[in-house]
Design a protein around this ligand. Structure first.
Ligand SMILES: Nc1ncnc2c1ncn2[C@@H]1O[C@H](COP(=O)(O)OP(=O)(O)O)[C@@H](O)[C@H]1O
Ligand SMILES: [Mg+2]
Length: 251
């Protein structure tokens, strides 16, 4: 069970980012409390990946500010973040272990004994110890997801940004991932997960519905469902409710 967290892990203030004429993120503000799983929900093209890349520091806001655990984004904040991109950035010809060693090194785990220990720990955690010597290209899609997750967490970051981590996972593996995310939350890690499935949304402690680069609703899943005014609303119903409400406001 999550205690009411008061500390804000990530603060996004009035941030905009455009690719030429496309407003991918449009004056968006979000306060993400520490130690929870926070879901960014929205259809394809809503701006989720762009928002995550802004938080990670791969893109610079055209306007607005982002702070991570009270710090402005800089090279110094990069160690605070573990990032699992939507498209994997794994080295396909390298083994599982070599990929992990590579990511551990770039995140500054320079002590080889500690690094080896941690690499072993995360490979076991994602249940790939038997396959550790296989090149990533020989693994199934779900296994690659697990390697990608392991690479994102190898340096024990307090902030974890996972861009559609559950896509392509079978139901059993999905459950494993969510159990693991909950255990990371218990250790204080803040997790931001993007998804377009309401199945994932139900696992999150808090949600923001994103549409056309804006937050159209935010809250705990129960509050969001109740906002529709109907007792039996699902999260899908709530999403449609907020879309219609926005469309009415926009005229
Ligand atoms: N590198 C890019 N160049 C041009 N347009 C982009 C680029 N990345 C994203 N976009 C556009 O920005 C909008 C938001 O995309 P994205 O953040 O990827 O959404 P999501 O992750 O929610 O599917 C879309 O209209 C998309 O086409
Ligand atoms: Mg995306």
């Amino acid at each position: 069970m999550i205690n009411c967290p008061t500390e804000i892990a990530i603060e996004v203030k009035n941030v905009s980012y455009n690719f030429n004429k496309i407003k991918a993120v449009d004056g968006l503000s979000l306060d993400i409390p520490a130690g929870i799983s926070f879901g960014l929900l929205g259809p394809n093209g809503a701006g989720k990946t762009t928002l995550i890349r802004l938080i990670v520091g791969l893109l610079k806001p055209k306007s607005g500010n982002i702070s991570l655990l009270g710090h402005s984004i800089s090279r110094k904040t990069s160690h605070l973040i573990g990032y699992m991109p939507q498209l994997h950035s794994l080295y396909l010809e390298l083994s599982v272990m070599d990929n992990l060693n590579f990511f551990a090194s770039i995140y500054g785990l320079n002590n080889s004994k500690k690094r080896n220990q941690r690499v072993e720990e995360v490979i076991k955690l994602v249940d790939l110890w038997e396959r550790r010597k296989d090149p990533v290209q020989n693994l199934s899609g779900g296994m690659r997801q697990r390697v990608s997750l392991a690479c994102a967490i190898v340096h024990n970051p307090p902030l974890l940004l996972l861009d559609e981590p559950t896509v392509g996972l079978d139901p059993e593996l999905r459950v494993t991932f969510w159990k693991y995310f909950a255990s990371l939350n218990e250790q204080g890690t803040t997790i931001i997960i993007s998804s377009h499935t309401m199945d994932d949304a139900a696992h999150c402690n808090q949600l923001a519905f994103i549409r056309q680069g804006k937050v159209i609703a935010q809250g705990i899943p129960l509050e969001i469902k109740q906002a529709t005014g109907k007792t039996d609303s699902t999260l899908e119903d709530a999403f449609l409710y907020f879309i219609h409400r926005e469309d009415k406001i926009d005229g």
